[in-house]
Design a protein around this ligand. Structure first.
Ligand code: BGC
Length: 671
């Protein structure tokens, strides 16, 4: 099913148009009640009929449709012919589930998105996506000006909304590989699986550097250290877009990346998603200068052409209305000439008392494209009224539209052949073995060995390789959905067989059977004949605010705790305390394990590895050794999180950033 809260919101919007209720996404937000009145006062047909009038006037396409012309000349030639309605339409980004091709023809939207889990109504195969995206793109070409549609999705670890695509490890795992070349290759492979469906834009990568792992988006970020984030972010962008200055850059096999979420996410108090960074503007500027801005400067140097603003606030002021950050810093000081997109319905959280006021705040702050997914008609009407009343300078609209058009020209959208041969070829390669092998390599390289004690003469992991009768315990061993985490098929992700892929236990079975005996038990029961145990445990999928945890709730899951208790009893009952017990954690962040460390002879952090679970078996039983290292400081208990970066607090740290062992138990060199 689709992103459920968003679909419910759509139904509410449809039901409430004309009766004055605020069109809200998910939980109601403060400060948006004005949308009610605005919506009542001015029905959508008004805007539509005006758009209809201008459609009868022929456009002069001689300059802007000429690929031989300079981009800026094309932008100006097109902009000069646009009516206010056509300009504003370029500035909205509806959700595909809420619009038809006729809407695209009537309004000429600048962009459309599929939010997390928003598959085409027809189905969720790559072919269904290609058909839906291309139908909407073709409709855009039928508008008076024929401005191509820019289609965006959250391909944050592969083209993850679509069934059968390759799901790569989440960014927290990619950071642990230390391998930026690999990340670049992943970006390129993921770009092909996205572009295969006609989609030209991913809202990725996330460039936050989380300071508090209670934050539900920790797994979307490469490292707590902005310098590492800068390296990995730039590599992913290079993969998505191709190398700037080469012919591959933004060609038909690449996609536009999006540096998100601007800026300072990961610093909110208590790690609260969309929360507040409790610093004065001066302190915040100093924080940015101390290195937190670096992932963005690196992204800009890498030729990133889109930036998404963050939901959070600084000193109580939402980034989406922070002119200092967007217009002065990003577009001014950093010289960004691409487009700035707002986050999902984020405008509705701004301080303005009415929706119209919020729209004005967003435009003045410097947002160009508005992800106002179901209330785009309100946006169009409010923005138009603001300009017509003289309370919003049309030059700001021109600045926004210029940027949107510039990016479309640069990305070759005006020359794009819908459903062309490159697209067809890439479609036949979606979910290919080649891409799966790349993801599997990433899984191998991302595993971090946290503990590897001696069992007899050998380390636990050496002993495991010699075992003949292996018991695998824990539900997470055969849970593809948990391996993939959030942003997989649905927005939140879910447990179970969500898509095509290999679970951890299937991967182990492929490598050790039939030579060895492999059995499993969810509860942690062992058998007299077992000579090694692998126990897989961790987190269940979550996304965004749904993943936020309190100190108390960031705990070992109750089911896992019981399973480990049972395992201990069962091992004692069988007199098997001397066989190696190998723990594998499947989770999107460092979780509290100190109290359980003694239960394992070896402990491996596998993060959220994605669909290619066999990468785990490659290192356990194959020819590969552990090379991953932590990009995060791993504390002993959740109560230590708030203090972990303070001097003199070494006793609060369980594993420091850079930590990782190899199979022989040696410490790897840190980053
Ligand atoms: C997230 C963004 C995402 C957007 C579109 C928002 O809820 O914060 O990261 O790109 O949705 O799906």
């Amino acid at each position: 099913m689709k992103r459920l809260d968003k679909m419910i919101a759509l139904l509410l919007v449809l039901a409430l148009v004309g009766c004055g209720s605020a069109p809200q996404q998910g939980a109601p937000q403060e400060g948006s009640s004005g949308a009610v009145q605005d919506q009542q006062e001015n029905p959508a047909e008004d805007t539509q009929s005006q758009a209809g009038d201008v459609q009868s006037q022929a456009a002069d396409k001689s300059v802007y449709m000429d690929a031989g012309q300079d981009v800026e000349a094309r932008v100006e030639a097109l902009l000069a012919q646009m009516t206010l309605e056509e300009k504003l339409a370029q500035m909205v980004q509806p959700e595909q589930a809420g619009i038809t091709s006729d809407d695209v023809r009537a309004y000429g939207f600048g962009s459309v998105l599929s939010g997390g889990g928003s598959a085409p109504a027809k189905g969720n195969s790559p072919e269904d996506w290609q058909e839906r995206v291309n139908e909407l793109k073709a409709a855009a070409l039928e508008t008076r000006l024929g401005i191509p549609l820019l289609y965006g999705v959250d391909a944050v670890h592969g083209n993850n909304n679509v069934y059968g695509t390759v799901i790569y490890p989440h960014n927290i795992a990619l950071g642990a590989t230390g391998d930026t070349k690999l990340v670049e290759r992943i970006g390129a492979a993921a770009a092909e699986e996205v572009r295969a469906m006609g989609i030209q834009w991913t809202f990725a990568p996330t460039l936050g550097n989380p300071q508090n792992e209670r934050w539900g988006r920790t797994y979307e970020c490469f490292s707590e250290d902005p310098e590492e984030v800068a390296r990995f972010g730039a590599a992913y962008i290079r993969g998505f877009q191709g190398e700037p200055g080469t012919e591959q850059y933004l060609d038909e096999r690449h996609i536009l990346a999006c540096a998100k979420h601007f800026i300072g996410e990961g610093y909110t108090a208590d790690g609260v998603n969309q929360g507040d960074v409790a610093m004065t503007p001066e302190e915040f500027d100093a924080l940015l200068e101390s290195g937190v801005i670096d992932p963005y400067t690196a992204a800009l140097n890498e030729g990133v052409r889109t930036v998404m603003v963050s939901f959070h606030s600084v000193d109580g002021v939402k980034c989406h209305e922070n002119r200092h950050l967007i217009r002065d810093l990003l577009k001014g000081k950093l010289g960004f000439t691409g487009l700035v997109v707002s986050d999902y319905n984020a405008i509705q959280q701004l301080s303005g008392a009415t929706y119209k006021e919020q729209v004005r705040q967003g435009i003045e702050a410097g947002i160009d494209l508005f992800m106002e997914v179901y209330v785009w008609q309100d946006f169009l009407r409010c923005a138009r009224e603001l300009v017509e009343e003289g309370s919003l300078d049309e030059a700001l609209i021109d600045d926004a539209v210029r940027r949107i058009l510039r990016v479309k020209f640069e990305a070759g959208l005006f020359e794009e052949e819908i459903g062309g041969s490159a697209e067809q070829e890439m479609l036949s390669n979606v979910g290919s073995e080649e891409h799966r092998e790349l993801a599997r390599q990433a899984v191998r390289e991302s595993l971090v060995l946290l503990k590897n004690d001696s069992v007899g003469e050998k380390t636990a992991l050496e002993a495991l390789r010699e075992a003949e009768n292996i018991r695998v315990c824990g539900q997470k061993a055969y849970d593809l959905g948990s391996q993939c985490g959030g942003w997989t098929i649905t927005w939140e992700g879910r447990t179970g067989a969500v898509t095509r892929g290999t679970t951890i236990i299937e991967g182990i079975a492929n490598q050790v059977m039939p030579e060895k005996t492999l059995t499993h038990d969810v509860q942690g029961e062992v058998l007299p004949e077992n000579d090694a145990v692998i126990v897989v445990f961790g987190e269940t999928p979550y996304v965004e605010s749904g993943g936020d945890r309190t100190e108390a709730s960031l705990a070992m899951a109750e089911g896992d705790r019981q399973m480990l208790e049972h395992l201990k009893e069962s091992l004692a009952g069988q007199g098997k305390q001397d066989i190696p017990v190998i723990g594998i954690i499947v989770a999107g962040r460092p979780i509290p394990v100190e109290a359980y460390l003694e239960d394992f002879d070896a402990l491996i952090m596998a993060w959220l590895p994605g669909t290619e679970g066999e990468g785990v078996a490659d290192v356990l039983f194959g020819e590969y050794d552990f090379t991953g290292r932590l990009q995060y400081t791993w504390v002993k208990t959740p109560a230590d999180i708030a203090e972990k970066f303070n001097e003199g607090n070494a006793d609060r740290i369980l594993f420091e950033k850079g930590y990782g062992l190899n199979r022989s138990g040696e410490r790897l060199e840190s980053f």
